[in-house]
Design a protein. Structure first.
Length: 170
């Protein structure tokens, strides 16, 4: 049975999760790839366009369609997380409690403060079904896939691949 969690995540919730747990996330998540991570860490916390405290960052460059009211997510598959390892300690230091991606990351920075959720690569259309709306988009100057997308999700299915106790499925 899946654990249902809402964002923002808190420390108590994170510490209860174990590698292998299935989680359905609901609430707000933000996408960020390499360029967005660099920008996040170059700005003071109070200048960020999202609240990092308890936030979940999704390593994703979504495929989007412009609509009359804004944007629609067509596909939202994960990108490889390992290349974001160099930003991990800094981003988690801002209060981020969850990272979603594929392929795993360094275990150490997660200990005692966050979890890494895995989402299956190649299943971007499945991920898009959990996206209820695009709340905002920031930094389009970085390009559509590198921009920071603020998404409202419902029952986004992930697996805890690295828990806050240092256990990893990888």
């Amino acid at each position: 049975m899946a654990v249902k969690l809402g964002t923002p995540l808190n420390e108590e919730e994170i510490l209860r999760l174990k590698a292998g747990d299935v989680v359905h996330l609901s609430g707000e998540i933000v996408t960020a790839r390499d360029a967005a991570h660099g920008r996040i860490l170059s700005l003071p916390k109070e200048k960020l366009p999202f609240d990092p405290e308890g936030a979940v960052i999704y390593h994703c460059g979504p495929v989007v369609r412009k609509t009359g009211e804004g944007y629609e997510i067509v596909s939202a598959g994960p990108t490889t997380s390992a290349r974001m390892n160099r930003y991990l300690d800094g981003v988690l230091g801002l209060g981020v409690r969850g990272v979603i991606g594929k392929g795993g990351m360094s275990v150490g920075p997660f200990r005692g403060r966050a979890v890494y959720f895995a989402f299956t690569g190649g299943a971007g259309s499945l991920a898009a079904k959990s996206v209820k709306r695009v709340k905002a988009v920031h930094w389009l100057d970085l390009g559509i896939s590198e921009a920071l997308w603020v998404l409202e999700v419902e029952d986004f299915p992930v697996i805890v691949a690295i828990d806050a106790h240092g256990r990893s499925l990888y």
